[in-house]
Design a protein around this ligand. Structure first.
Ligand SMILES: *Cc1c(COP(=O)(O)O)cnc(C)c1O
Length: 482
């Protein structure tokens, strides 16, 4: 057996690891945001599979030396890259407890199932979906979007599509989304066998939102060309700039056209918890399905996302399957239908819901909503400082929690400015002072500051801006790009 031979020694060792971990997270502000993994560490991490046993102490020492210091950085108050949540110590402890239980939440009759059902019901109610709506926790919004695309496909093609495949359809299914839509939606079309060309990507307005009138025309054109429009994907917070599509108009259009309306609300949908931001999401409650993440603005440790589907029966009809080894019983451990495996890709599934449950139980929806509001206010304040500084150019108005801008040193053409700004981002990351990411806005490279961080204080954004200014000035002195 693989249990400790000496439980007391194991307990002492575990307590040391827990203490170290809590020291690590409580002192995170004092360290660099990010440190590159040195060559010798990378080498040590690529040694062959050990055949013989080692002590837990020795393995832990190796971890503490070679792994723990090289975090992504998103636990730090000055991490503003991509869209990463910060995590909480509570979520980490909950994840440990879930691992001790080691529940398989594919189905059956045990506590974890009821916790996951409770979490789903909380969000179903938050989004004002009916009690008949279904939901399931997944790895993240990429998987949640895929599930929604598959359910929408089943709705349009009928459940027989599971047997016959899309090739049996007379008309090709096509869907619609704005160009601001996350790449995982295109990937979902690829994986679903629809083909990425079946995703019609529409241009956006000056605030990076889809234009419902243009969308209506695209649908009409496709119908007259013999295609079968089946899905509109709206965004509640695009990944690049945090744009929110006109969700209410999209819901009306989808209803009129009789097609599925899905919302990618990876981080933005959580703003339903924030009273001052919530009005921006009007129409979200009319969606047929919503994909969102707990590991972004809810700050549970990776990974945890969710999909909620209004038509729970259609959701089940898309994934439910049978096998003699998973026969359901009226009583005993194999009861408590429906099982989560009937709503998703996986059979065996971890107890992701526990860290969500702990997080919401401990902090309450209100306090989480306040953290979201603070981030939105911080983004607007940062945007205002940048707009007021002639050495910067704000690339797009701040709409939610993301600020995109660039440095504009004199004498550089647009291509040189692109290289200049990418280099600023890299150098600031390498300095360890702060992390941003970069993206392309209107064809030009931008510095992208995303604030989904409950640890960020206003002064952290001052430090970030000072680091960017200092870096840009040093590069100008060097003659970078000339
Ligand atoms: C992060 C994100 C995704 C992908 O979600 P994952 O949890 O990383 O799989 C999809 N859409 C948007 C808008 C996102 O921000």
């Amino acid at each position: 057996m693989l249990d400790p031979a000496d439980w007391e020694a194991f307990r002492a060792q575990s307590h040391r690891m827990l203490d170290d971990a809590l020291d690590f997270i409580s002192s995170v502000r004092e360290r660099n945001v990010w440190t590159a993994v040195p060559d010798d560490v990378r080498e040590r991490l690529s040694t062959p599979m050990p055949q013989d046993e080692s002590s837990l102490d020795a393995v832990y020492d190796e971890f503490a030396r070679d792994v723990m210091p090289y975090v992504t950085g998103n636990i730090h108050p000055r991490f503003f890259g991509w869209v990463h949540g910060s995590g909480t110590p509570t979520g980490a402890i909950a994840d440990f407890l879930a691992a001790i239980m080691n529940s398989n939440v594919g189905g059956r009759n045990h506590g974890a199932v009821y916790v996951e059902r409770a979490v789903i019901a909380w969000f179903r109610d938050l989004f004002q979906f009916p009690q008949t709506a279904s939901g399931v926790l997944v790895t993240g919004t990429s998987e949640a979007n895929l599930i929604a695309v598959l359910v929408a496909r089943t709705k349009a093609a009928g459940t027989s599509v599971r047997e016959t495949g899309l090739g049996a359809m007379r008309e090709r299914l096509v869907g619609y989304a704005s160009r601001g839509t996350h790449g995982c939606v295109r990937k979902a079309f690829e994986i679903a066998g629809l083909g990425s060309s079946a995703l019609r990507v529409l241009p956006t307005d000056e605030r990076h939102r889809i234009d419902p009138a243009m969308l209506a025309r695209a649908i009409a054109q496709d119908r007259s060309d013999g295609f079968a429009p089946f899905l509109i994907v709206g965004n509640a917070g695009t990944v690049d700039v945090g744009a929110i599509d006109p969700l209410d108009d999209l819901a009306t259009l989808a209803q009129r056209e009789g097609i599925w309306f899905h919302v990618d609300g990876a981080f933005g949908a959580l703003a339903m918890l924030a009273p001052s931001v919530r009005p921006l999401l009007r129409g979200l409650e009319r969606a047929d399905s919503i994909a969102f993440d707990f590991h972004k603005w809810l700050h549970v440790p990776y990974d945890a996302g969710c999909v909620i589907v209004r038509d729970g029966e259609m959701h089940r009809a898309t994934f439910a399957s049978e096998g003699p080894y998973i026969t359901r019983m009226p009583r005993g451990l194999a009861s408590a239908t429906p099982w989560f495996t009937d709503f998703t890709i996986d059979l065996s599934r971890g107890f992701r819901a526990l860290k969500v449950w702990f997080t919401i139980k401990q902090f309450g929806a209100k306090r989480i909503g306040e953290a979201i509001e603070r981030n939105v206010a911080q983004a607007h304040r940062l945007g205002a400082s940048i707009a007021a500084d002639s050495s910067f150019e704000l690339m797009t108005p701040v709409q939610l929690n993301i600020v995109c801008f660039r440095c504009t040193p004199a004498g550089l053409d647009d291509d040189a400015l692109d290289r200049f700004n990418d280099e600023v981002v890299i150098r600031v990351q390498e300095s360890g002072e702060a992390v941003t990411s970069s993206t392309t806005i209107g064809g030009r490279r931008a510095i992208r500051v995303n604030i989904t961080n409950h640890r960020t204080e206003d002064r952290d954004l001052d430090v970030l801006l000072a680091a960017i200014r200092r870096t840009a000035q040093a590069m100008q002195r060097e003659g970078f790009g000339r």
